[in-house]
Design a binder for this molecule. Structure first.
Ligand SMILES: Nc1ncnc2c1ncn2[C@@H]1O[C@H](COP(=O)(O)OP(=O)(O)OP(=O)(O)O)[C@@H](O)[C@H]1O
Ligand SMILES: [Mg+2]
Length: 281
């Protein structure tokens, strides 16, 4: 396989997987890379809907936004062992074919365990796990002591990633660069924010992931869906359908910094910052 395979995963629902998936895909397209995307959440299809909405909005404006080549993967509700094995094989072959044609393949997974998601994790060069800033969300990675808040053990999603690492080592002789991305961080410091941060630091050593302070809680991320837009799209009134605000600029800079931090390209430049400021001036 030649392309980089980026999987967005977390067995906790609503952590920001599909939001991060479309942002990563669009940021990479904007940096000149050929990007294919796969949605494995066949029931919800948020990633697919984001791409469809983006395509429709671009057509409406008669503009070329940069749309990934998108695939939505179907899966059976109650598969037999043979059907599971066949589905995993088709996914592996699809990713391998796409990896020969594109620079990057971005895969969004559902917020629960299933056979295709497990296979996708084992194909990942980079695994991004967005995590809301709460002990309820941290619980999929590890357990904490109720008095001291120290980490007492690892949990089911972390164990699944460990298993995927093992599968990847054996089948592809590869490693997974695992990034846990804190999402929806409050602007204010709080005891919860500090304690969750401490817990993640402890877990990062035990589970071998990089912990990144990702995105703040921003209403703007929820407004993008109907047009399939992202914070890394052009900050002009025509594209956004509204005048850009400081919130757009902040979200854009935060996202570009994140892309750079996780090693997906050097997206933040002084020019970017100046462009953003000019757009709202
Ligand atoms: N940084 C953020 N600030 C504000 N809202 C956010 C942020 N990130 C995500 N959201 C919102 O949180 C909700 C869940 O996001 P998203 O659908 O991307 O999560 P998900 O992990 O893909 O969910 P699921 O597990 O159901 O597939 C959405 O309403 C999204 O707009
Ligand atoms: Mg989703």
């Amino acid at each position: 396989m030649s392309a980089r395979v980026i999987v967005i995963g977390n067995e906790k629902g609503g952590s920001g997987k599909s939001t991060i998936a479309i942002h990563v895909a669009v940021a990479l397209i904007k940096s000149g890379q050929a990007v294919a995307t796969i949605d494995l959440d066949t029931r919800q299809r948020s990633f697919t809907r984001l791409v469809e909405n983006r395509r429709a909005w671009a057509r409406h404006l008669q503009r070329d936004f940069g749309i990934p080549e998108h695939f939505c993967f179907g899966q059976l509700e109650y598969p037999s062992a043979e059907e599971e094995a066949a589905g995993c094989k088709v996914l592996e072959e699809t990713v391998e074919t796409l990896a020969g044609r594109y620079d990057v393949v971005v895969i969004d997974t559902p917020g629960h365990d299933d056979y295709l998601s497990r296979t996708a994790h084992a194909l990942a060069d980079t695994l991004i796990t967005p995590l809301n800033d709460s002990f309820v969300d941290l619980d999929v990675l590890g357990t904490v002591h109720p008095e001291t808040f120290h980490i007492t053990g690892t949990s089911h999603y972390a164990d699944m990633v460990e298993e995927a690492r093992g599968r990847r080592r054996v089948a592809h002789h590869g490693t997974i660069d695992w990034i846990v991305l804190r999402n929806r961080l409050s602007a204010l410091g709080s005891r919860n924010k500090r304690l969750v941060g401490d817990g993640l630091q402890q877990l990062s050593h035990r589970l071998q992931f990089r912990c990144v302070d990702g995105l703040a809680e921003r209403v703007i991320f929820r407004e993008f869906f109907p047009r399939g837009l992202t914070a890394v799209d052009d900050l002009d009134e025509l594209t956004l359908g509204a005048r850009p605000t400081m919130s757009h600029v902040s979200a854009r800079l935060e996202m570009l910094k994140l892309i750079t931090t996780i090693g997906l390209g050097n997206a933040v430049t002084a020019g970017e910052i100046a462009d953003g400021r000019q757009a709202v001036a």
